[in-house]
Design a binder for this molecule. Structure first.
Ligand code: ADP
Ligand code: TZD
Ligand code: MG
Length: 570
């Protein structure tokens, strides 16, 4: 054998990782190069994988998480050791908390050095640190195990309740060589990574019996229902049953928000009054006041049906009378099948009372939206966004902030499934630009990011990434000069109050710095013209929408979660 053929017959860690990803239809990596993965990013690109390079790993991780939610394939984030890994970890933990499938792949130092704490360049025991923050964590030490490592990561991210997975690849692994033929055979094509899980027939019957006896039933759709891609059956279940429904924020658009059975405009009424509530892919966490207390009109003997893939979610906050465990597609299909052809719709006293409140609240809202105060406020600006989204129903809306989030969630109607990405289960700031890049890259659709000025600041540098890849992202910064408001004062003088920023900041100029379009908008008419132009051109655009700095409230709609001082000030 000549030296030439010998080289051709060998493969290495770089190639095996790339081949294993490609074998499993993974075509995009979100990351940030450096030791020991710089060459990997080049080689992956040369092999036809799209490598989207960020300015900070947290946003690469958030892009991967959004990609996971939107495609049902695990989004891949690639980072360097220690600090890069830690920067990506927030996104990994957030993905896990939100049940989004993603894999954080990080280069790392050699175990021999890390375990003896000998002080390597960017040394850290990454596997141990990642473990409690994700669904599963693996390390590959031998090139021959790369196939297994990637397969286990994919299966862990997608099966059962989806979530984040950590894959630790020490530097030396990349250059390790092995026989090319043996390497090829070591790779695994993952078959059926998210297998259907059929609900037990008696659990379906128990749920149907409870639903049948209900006088004031309610369906609650969560982002698990959006993720499950059972759109047709969920719509059929809602319509056939005639039961009013409430979407959680990322389930908006699963049925169009304008659907006549949407109880969103009568939210507090239905939560307090319903007698049987069916949760589909939604947890009874803080976002639903833990299923108890004033919100739920307690104590009134409310009963819950909960459809979820995770059996241990049941009874997490209150008793669940009828758990239905399985994947949402199979569960909803089974419920539909069991309903038969003569299902009695809910009493008109219930649906009529909801309709009355709905009409009243919608009329009140449209009166508010029609006002045109100066300076512009959240409502008059969001009225524009609402129209733009109505006219561009395939656009993906990314949303973060406090008031900017709460008002946008209730004012901007969504029309199609999986078109809304937001701060999710944690109410985390900083997802804005990462989610926008991820969504634009994997869907090719227009993205509209509705951002509080504080929220935007967490990921603002990624406007360069948006310009670099020329992505169709239109960012609207709701600029009210601060966190919640721009009016706080430090009564002692000196430093400004902790919640306020530089007055009249020009975020639009950040976009101009990188060749994108920046617009300063002080009226709804200016905002409308700029958004229309952004969507028509598909150019990276940032609109600095000047909002009345007095308009917001502290913490938006979750003021009640602020601890109050118990001490009296002398
Ligand atoms: P929201 O914030 O919209 O209320 P959550 O994130 O709290 O939604 O809840 C989502 C739930 O959906 C989780 O409990 C998760 O286990 C569940 N889930 C996710 N995907 C599926 C699926 N394919 N089938 C069944 N349940 C799912
Ligand atoms: N840090 C992180 C990672 N997440 C958070 N949620 C917060 C801090 C606290 N926080 C909120 O909960 S909302 C918010 C912060 C800092 C910003 C609100 O200001 P904004 O929106 O400008 O984005 P409005 O429209 O002015 O309310
Ligand atoms: Mg603000």
């Amino acid at each position: 054998m000549t030296n030439d053929t010998q080289e051709r017959d060998l493969t290495d860690g770089f190639n095996l990782v790339i081949d294993a990803l490609k074998l499993n239809d993974i075509d995009t990596i979100f990351g940030l190069p450096g030791i020991p993965i710089t060459d990997f990013t080049r080689k992956a690109q040369a092999e036809g994988i799209r490598v989207i390079s960020f300015r900070h790993e947290q946003h690469a991780g958030n892009a991967a998480a959004a990609a996971g939610f939107l495609t049902g394939k695990p989004g891949i984030c690639l980072t360097v050791s220690a600090p890069g890994f830690l920067n990506g970890l927030t996104a990994l933990a957030n993905a896990t908390t939100n049940c989004f499938p993603m894999i954080l792949i990080s280069g790392s130092s050699e175990r021999e050095i890390v375990d003896l704490q000998q002080g390597d360049y960017e040394e850290m025991d990454q596997l141990a640190i990642a473990k409690p923050l994700c669904k599963a964590a693996f390390r590959v030490l031998h090139a021959a195990d790369i196939g297994v490592g990637i397969a286990r990561a994919i299966r862990s991210a997608l099966s059962g309740r989806p979530g984040g997975v950590y894959l630790d690849l020490p530097a030396k692994l990349f250059s390790q060589t092995m026989d090319a033929e043996a390497g090829k055979h070591s790779l695994i094509h993952v078959v059926d990574p998210a297998p259907r899980q059929l609900p037990a027939p008696d659990s379906v019957q128990r749920a149907l019996d409870l639903l049948k006896g209900a006088k004031r039933p309610l369906i609650l759709l969560g982002k698990g229902a959006a993720y499950a891609r059972a759109d047709e059956d969920i719509r059929a279940l809602v319509e056939k049953s005639g039961i009013p429904y409430l979407p959680m924020s990322m389930a908006k658009g699963l049925l169009p928000d304008t659907h006549e059975q949407s109880a969103a405009p009568a939210r507090s009424y239905v939560l307090a009054e319903a007698d049987v509530v069916m949760l589909i892919g939604a947890r009874l966490n803080w976002l639903l006041s833990h299923g108890k207390g004033k919100t739920w009109g307690a104590p009134n003997g409310k009963q819950f049906i909960q459809i979820d893939i995770a059996p241990t979610e049941i009874d997490s906050n209150v008793a669940i009378a009828a758990p239905v465990i399985g994947d949402i597609g199979s569960c909803v299909a089974a419920l539909l099948g069991g309903m038969g052809d003569n299902w009695a719709k809910p009493p008109v006293e219930w649906t009529g009372a909801i309709a009355e409140r709905r009409e009243k609240n919608l009329a009140k809202m449209s009166a508010t939206l029609a006002l045109d105060p100066s300076p512009m406020n959240f409502h008059s600006a969001l009225n524009v966004v609402r129209d733009i989204v109505k006219n561009n129903q395939d656009a993906i809306v990314v949303n973060e902030g406090a008031n900017t989030l709460d008002f946008a969630r209730s004012i901007v109607d969504m029309y199609k499934p999986r078109k809304r990405l937001d701060v999710g289960t944690w109410g985390i700031m900083g997802i804005g630009m990462g989610f926008s890049v991820g969504a634009a890259v994997v869907t090719g659709q227009q993205v509209i990011a509705i951002e509080g000025d504080s929220a935007f600041g967490f990921s603002g540098m990624e406007v360069e990434t948006i310009c670099r890849y020329n992505l169709p992202v239109c960012i609207v910064v709701f600029n009210n000069n601060g966190i919640y408001k721009g009016t706080d004062v430090n009564k002692l003088g000196g430093d400004v109050a902790p919640t306020v920023f530089v007055k009249n900041a020009r975020y639009d100029m950040m976009m101009q710095a990188f060749g994108g379009v920046g617009v300063h908008a002080t009226t709804p008419a200016e905002l409308r013209a700029a958004m229309e132009e952004a969507i028509k051109s598909g150019q990276p655009t940032l609109i600095n929408a000047v909002i009345d700095e007095t308009a917001g409230t502290e913490s938006g709609r979750i003021t009640s979660l602020n601890p109050q001082s118990g001490a009296k000030k002398k």
